[in-house]
Design a protein around this ligand. Structure first.
Ligand SMILES: CC(C)(COP(=O)(O)OP(=O)(O)OC[C@H]1O[C@@H](n2cnc3c(N)ncnc32)[C@H](O)[C@@H]1OP(=O)(O)O)[C@@H](O)C(=O)NCCC(=O)NCCS
Length: 184
């Protein structure tokens, strides 16, 4: 599928406190109606703000996309896992408002996230995609250089059925081709 070229330009910028309400609303829609997230109860704005602060405190990128002045999507990188040896690996999350999908917003967000995480010295990015039927997310990640590396069958149960996790991964910068400069 070919993404439509956005009719107006999409602006990317770091998320700010004032964006929390929009981020909360965008995410709530997908928690309540989809399988991409394994959360069942949408977190409120206080919780979304807390999660964002935690990521910023670790120096990780948290981006929003604006279309005609309105926030229509967001993406952030989080530690893949917290144990120390995972410190060069991040996990991405990306959500685009249902009214703005299919216009290239997700791709712009994810490409920028890859660039920023590479510049920060991370070496691998992992996507843990809820539902093997999530064609949009799988296609988006493939378009951004990710390859499927695993499938965890039926590790979720939501809306009365078992749900898979699709694991996708891409190298950042030199990946494992060189040793890292020590971080943390
Ligand atoms: C997944 C999601 C972020 C994609 O955002 P988007 O702005 O619609 O994606 P884009 O328009 O930038 O498309 C990116 C690529 O994916 C493809 N794609 C997007 N939606 C698709 C679909 N439903 N089916 C097949 N391919 C699709 C596009 O063709 C494009 O590929 P191309 O650039 O090679 O043409 C968005 O659909 C979303 O928020 N979904 C719900 C939440 C979710 O699944 N998030 C991911 C959690 S890991």
């Amino acid at each position: 599928m070919t993404a439509l070229v956005p009719t107006v330009s999409v602006a990317l910028r770091p998320a700010e406190e004032r964006d929390v309400a929009r981020i909360t609303a965008i995410y709530a829609h997908y928690v309540l109606g989809g399988l991409a997230s394994f959360e069942v109860v949408p977190p409120d704005a206080v919780e979304i703000a807390r999660r964002r602060s935690d990521l910023l405190a670790e120096g990780l990128p948290y981006l929003v996309a604006e279309l005609e002045g309105a926030v229509v999507g967001y993406a952030y990188a989080a530690p893949y896992r917290t144990r120390e040896a995972y410190r060069y690996t991040v996990e991405d999350s990306i959500y685009v408002d249902r009214g703005a999908v299919g216009r290239g917003v997700g791709r712009l967000l994810l490409e920028r996230l890859v660039v920023e995480c590479t510049a920060l010295g991370f070496r691998q990015m992992v996507a843990v995609i809820g539902d093997s039927g999530n064609r949009a997310s799988i296609a988006l990640h493939e378009a951004c250089g990710f390859r499927q590396v695993g499938l965890l069958r039926s590790v979720g149960f939501k809306f009365g059925r078992w749900v898979d996790s699709v694991l996708m991964q891409r190298a950042l910068g030199p990946g494992d081709g060189t040793l890292p400069e020590e971080r943390g």
